[in-house]
Design a binder for this molecule. Structure first.
Ligand SMILES: Cc1cc2nc3c(=O)[nH]c(=O)nc-3n(C[C@H](O)[C@H](O)[C@H](O)COP(=O)(O)OP(=O)(O)OC[C@H]3O[C@@H](n4cnc5c(N)ncnc54)[C@H](O)[C@@H]3O)c2cc1C
Ligand code: FES
Length: 511
């Protein structure tokens, strides 16, 4: 039996498990003359579609699979302006005014969720809590103190503290008051219903495969239908239709989550994050029988490059040690991407356009930033750009500041592109692949991604990622093919699970 099957907890996200599946129709005919097509139904796409409808625009949202079931369905949903150590980074790289704009824009996004929850009567377990970035080791204290100072200078209610509510000592932490946590799917599914009540259209199982940036723009779908619109928003996480080559300035990072019931009186009472120990993040949510569900995230890695089962074990062990008695009920995983200057890309997709917009690079903070995307893009598309539009503008490029991280990223991608073509396979032939596992094998000179199911049947597809041709790797714990270059993910049948790839891996007949 594959070792990953012996991991504790149900292999499902708590957010997915506690909400009904959606069933919006697929697009089955051409659609003309909408104001805006939004491509992608995660938090960024749904919030943008809702805000545009609120602003009086006609909107059609197309989602390749089901809404709020991509990264957003597998997040941890801390809704906070405290994004690890961002304020000191932005202050250092772009000055205190930029840090202030970041804080103000994120603060308005957190406030927007509270406003809409009250106005639309959405029950999404929204709870106000303080947020902490902490360090256990005294070595990390300088960075924590600098962040507390930068966040306070940016206008946040931030302070340096040594008490956090966590059941273990810390050397120090930044504390920001009045942040939040919520159930992201309860919030977004309610927003989607409200959107359709107001005349917005949602099409699920409708993958956008083409974009003509004419006037009007035309979005073509996998089913061969078209939607014409004055403007288009690409909110597909890693962007598709990436004519600006933003993928070269984005780094994917996959992370694991475990969730365990704990007694309510052991709830630490805040949302927490440390960059130590390969990152640990902690929050809780309401759970059955008056208990709390402790949600712990960490063990990040580049997709396709790690022993994922080993990472799960480490995260489960840490949870058991730090919260004795916590019984793991759920485990899930997902990934986000980070820009080379760590500020998200939200705005016009490339220098030549005022019709096509993008939102990506949320760096693990897409709850507030997804909401902010809706507010920012609705304002930009209706001609009222807020003062922070420039901060998030994807067309910015600061070679002096970004060159180092861009070169590092490209070297890593080049290493995979070349190295993975010549690296010997971990098995000699297809016959050596055990049931429940997969491997890349060379068959008749071509690299094939082969998976053997429990009945012994081999499922084989091309190992060349359909994004830019890197070689995919098998993730044993999640039974998926993953590309280490920009994080595309595919099922064992080759279907796209996550972009930037937008086409399946080609089938291979190994007979
Ligand atoms: C482990 C982990 C924990 C996290 N925890 C937090 C947290 O506590 N707080 C926080 O603020 N952030 C958190 N984040 C980050 C946050 O979850 C993400 O930034 C956010 O969910 C991304 O939303 P999105 O709308 O951009 O992407 P998605 O939710 O992935 O939505 C994109 C959608 O586009 C669709 N799509 C793709 N291609 C096409 C196409 N061609 N046509 C049509 N549709 C398409 C996809 O199917 C998908 O549904 C976390 C991230 C990780 C990895
Ligand atoms: S994701 Fe870019 S080459 Fe695979």
């Amino acid at each position: 039996m594959a070792e990953s099957r012996m991991l504790p907890g149900t292999d499902e996200s708590y957010w997915m498990d506690t909400t009904s599946a959606t069933a919006y129709p697929a697009l089955t005919a051409d659609l003309a003359d909408v104001d805006v097509v939004v491509v992608g139904g995660g938090i960024a796409g749904l919030c943008t579609a809702w805000e545009l409808t609120e602003a009086g625009r006609t909107v059609a949202l197309v989602e390749a699979d089901r809404i709020a079931a991509g990264v957003t369905g597998y997040t941890t949903a801390k809704l906070s302006v405290l994004h690890t150590l961002i304020y000191d980074k932005v202050r250092t790289s772009s000055g205190p005014d930029a840090a202030r704009l970041y804080a103000e824009s994120q603060r308005l996004a957190v406030r927007r969720v509270a406003e809409l929850t009250a106005r639309l009567g959405i029950d999404c377990d929204l709870e106000r809590v303080p947020a902490f970035t902490y360090a256990e080791s005294p070595d990390g204290l300088d960075r924590i103190r600098a962040e507390a100072d930068a966040a306070a200078e940016a206008g946040l209610a931030a302070s340096f503290v040594t008490e956090t509510g966590l059941p273990f000592p810390v050397a120090g932490a930044v504390r920001v008051e009045d942040q939040a946590q919520f159930h992201p799917r309860k919030y977004l599914l309610a927003l989607a219903e409200d959107l359709t009540r107001r005349g917005g259209r949602i099409f699920e199982r409708t993958r956008a495969t083409g974009l003509d940036e004419g006037d009007p723009c035309t979005v073509t779908t996998e089913g061969g239908h078209t939607i014409t619109a004055r403007q288009v928003v690409v909110a597909t996480h890693y962007p598709v239709f990436d004519r600006a080559l933003l993928f070269a300035r984005l780094e994917p990072r996959r992370e694991l989550v475990v969730a365990a019931a704990i007694p309510a009186d052991r709830d630490p009472g805040g949302v927490y994050l440390t960059t130590e120990q390969n990152t640990r993040s902690v929050r809780t949510a309401p759970y059955r029988d008056g208990q709390r569900l402790l949600i712990v995230t960490g063990e990040h890695f580049t997709p396709g490059t790690s022993d994922v089962t080993g990472h799960w074990r480490k995260l489960a062990e840490w949870t058991g040690q730090r919260f004795p008695g916590a019984q793991i009920a759920y485990r899930w995983a997902t990934q986000d991407n980070t820009t080379t200057d760590q500020v998200p890309f939200i705005g016009r997709f490339h220098p030549g356009t005022d019709r096509v917009y993008v939102a990506t690079g949320f760096g693990g903070w897409g709850m507030s930033t997804g909401v902010l995307t809706g507010q920012l893009l609705a304002a930009c598309l209706t001609g009222a750009e807020p003062p922070w539009a420039g901060l998030y503008d994807p067309r910015r490029l600061h070679p002096a500041r970004e060159a180092g991280s861009m070169l590092k990223l490209q070297a890593k991608v080049a290493g995979h592109f070349v190295g993975d073509r010549v690296r010997p396979s971990r098995v000699d032939s297809v016959e050596d692949i055990a049931p429940g596992t997969g491997a890349v094998v060379r068959v008749r000179g071509r690299q094939c991604a082969a998976y053997r199911d429990d009945t012994g049947r081999i499922h084989a597809v091309s190992a060349r990622c359909t994004h830019l041709g890197c070689i995919v790797h098998f993730n044993d714990a999640e039974t998926a093919w993953e590309c280490p270059c920009h994080g595309s993910r595919f099922g064992i049948d080759g279907a796209v699970v996550q972009g930037p790839a937008n086409k399946p891996l080609e089938p291979r007949d190994l007979a």
